[in-house]
Ligand binder design. Sequence first.
Ligand SMILES: *Cc1c(COP(=O)(O)O)cnc(C)c1O
Length: 389
Amino acid sequence: MTYLNNLECSYCHENYDPGQLMNLCPQCGKPLLARYRLDRLAREISRDRFAGRGFGLWRYRHLLPVIKEKNKLTLGEGGTPILRACNLGRAANYDALYVKDESANPTGSFKARGMAVAVSKAMELGASSISIPSAGNAAGAMSAYAAAARMKADVFMPRDVPHSFIRECSAFGAEVNLVEGLITDAGRMAARHLAKSGGFDLSTLKEPYRLEGKKTMGFEIAEQMGWELPDVIIYPTGGGTGLIGIWKAFLELRELGWLDGSLPKMVAVQSDGCAPIVRAFNRGSSFADNWEGAYTIADGIRVPSAVGDFIILEILEESGGTALEVSDSQLMNAAGRIAAMEGLFVSPEAAATLLAFEKLLDDGWIERDQTVLLMITGSGMKYLHLWRD
Ligand SMILES: *Cc1c(COP(=O)(O)O)cnc(C)c1O
């Protein structure tokens, strides 16, 4: 059963009934967050039982929003390994370097976690069609779960996205609309379509439940590391749901009294071709300005303006973390090193975390006795066009 209680606005803190389909806060237009009856959960369920049953993401059902068993869609998402990156660690003369390999998810990225939960919940609340503007993995994951749910899916993509992403969505039966321009233009087209068709918008953080799916990465990190969290987590940041989700999981676990020790420093890494969060962090701003002329080969982090910018920035601050950009031209070199040294075929977004680790170690921001976890958010398979011999 779920302990879901209400939706709360991340900005104005207005509360809403979770029994209806909702997008952004009707009062202030900011993201809504799912809230649970944690005090009751702490009384009724032990930590061991919480983490107890099954392998995938639905094992955390008490802190996921879906009510009825029959509405839980699954393609085997979650339950990904945390691996020690011994060879990369040795090369950097570093001991405790770990990666969480999200490429093992259905459709090859951690986007599957968010979509498993969001599409399930949209179905439970009566949505008949769902829609998304996306430049990559989110569209593929949404299309896969829509196929499993036999729901209509509409995808809006910039015309220049790699063929692999387009083909994947059409294979799942989604209606793929190719749009001239950038992801922001795709967003405008999607909004126009939604106004006409009445479908449900699953854009990043514009509905509350993709975040809940991504939160399960945080539960797994805690459980797999024996409830003692790493000192530093490095995350390739686009819209920020992964980072916000992991942190939300830690806060919930802490409130339940289930964590030993302190929370990790959260690090957001972006490409130097699109680094709005890094720029805002360095200026000490609470919000991030739109990044003009965004360019990066890492489609998943080509997000010039994030709805949850202020939440990401708050978390970096609160956790004692940082934000940094890495060179777009070095991403594939880093992906190649992860492949050759660890046997993991990773996406360029994921490779950014290695560059960030090396930079922070060089600067002395990361200390040699710390435990560091890199989030390998996706597989390199859909990016074959970027790989060279
Ligand atoms: C979407 C995506 C990201 C960025 O994730 P956010 O949660 O939007 O910050 C990183 N890596 C990959 C592979 C992605 O698909």
